[in-house]
Design a protein around this ligand. Structure first.
Ligand code: HEM
Length: 246
């Protein structure tokens, strides 16, 4: 048995999957981190302060998970949804009453969106509270601000898609509020609505923004954000002094 295990773990196929030996020495331990797409986001050596669950509360990671969950459930919702004023609401009713697990799918997407907004705001508060916006992390803070705006944008554009009374009036009020922005208010409103009031043009634009433009920009910026975390030396706590150090 042990010879079989040895044969498998020495085979070329095995070595192409796991490019390190058993992590019982410093070299293999560092290879475990650097050869894994998820682990390599961590620096090879980390300060134990940054590993405390109470430090980051995992809020950044939960934001990533929420984004992935929303992408998957959103993709499934797209299998039937049609962004026309005649059919959009009917689809929501059919989904909730006739499609197996339809209501669950819709709720996962809706509640997931609410959760993501809350978690991203809390993550930003945590970063601020721990002073992690300071050099060299200013650029990543700015990327984070854009991600926050995109998260809110995804939430706002998704709100219109069910095309029920709540959606219609919320977007009517929301875009009217946007029009009061002093410099570009009326341009923003015209860009979003594509006409004088909330109608088919607005639904088409909100749909394009919601399913393509905003998620694509977020996927790109989240990748940049995570890469920067790594390049800035991992979490800011890595620069704190270990307990007992002078
Ligand atoms: C879609 C939204 C976001 C996602 C998915 C995201 C994801 C992450 C992840 C996974 C980390 C590393 C682990 C952690 O700190 O929990 C992180 C760190 C960081 N994030 Fe975000 N983030 C988002 C929004 C923001 C916002 C709104 C800001 C601030 C304006 C921000 C600023 C930062 C900074 C400065 C760090 C480094 C923290 C440190 O060194 O302690 N992020 N982010």
């Amino acid at each position: 048995m042990s010879r079989l295990v040895e044969y498998i773990t020495r085979s070329r196929v095995w070595r192409s999957f796991f490019r390190h030996g058993w992590p019982d020495n410093p070299l293999d331990r560092s290879l475990v981190m650097t050869t894994n797409i998820f682990f390599h986001l961590h620096p090879v050596k980390v300060n134990r302060n940054s590993l405390k669950a109470t430090y980051s509360l995992g809020l950044g990671v939960i934001s990533v998970i929420a984004f992935l969950e929303l992408s998957i459930t959103g993709l499934l919702l797209m299998f039937n949804y049609v962004p026309t004023v005649e059919r959009a609401y009917g689809y929501i009713v059919t989904l909730q009453t006739q499609v197996p697990f339809g209501q669950l799918l819709r709720n996962m997407h809706r509640w997931g969106a609410h959760l993501m907004v809350i978690v991203v705001v809390l993550h930003m508060a945590r970063v601020f509270y721990t002073g992690a916006y300071k050099p060299p992390r200013e650029f990543n803070w700015v990327v984070g601000v854009v991600l926050l705006i995109l998260t809110l944008g995804a939430s706002f554009t998704g709100y219109l898609l069910p095309w029920d009374q709540l959606a219609f009036w919320a977007i009517t009020v929301g875009t009217s509020v946007a029009a009061y922005e002093p410099l570009m208010g009326s341009t923003i409103k015209a860009f979003l609505l594509g006409g004088p009031e909330v109608g088919q043009e607005a639904l088409t634009r909100f749909y394009a923004l919601h399913i393509m433009l905003i998620p694509a920009a977020m996927a790109l910026l989240i990748s940049l954000h995570l890469w920067r975390v790594r390049k800035d030396g991992g979490l800011a706590a890595n620069e704190l002094k270990e307990e007992g150090e002078a």
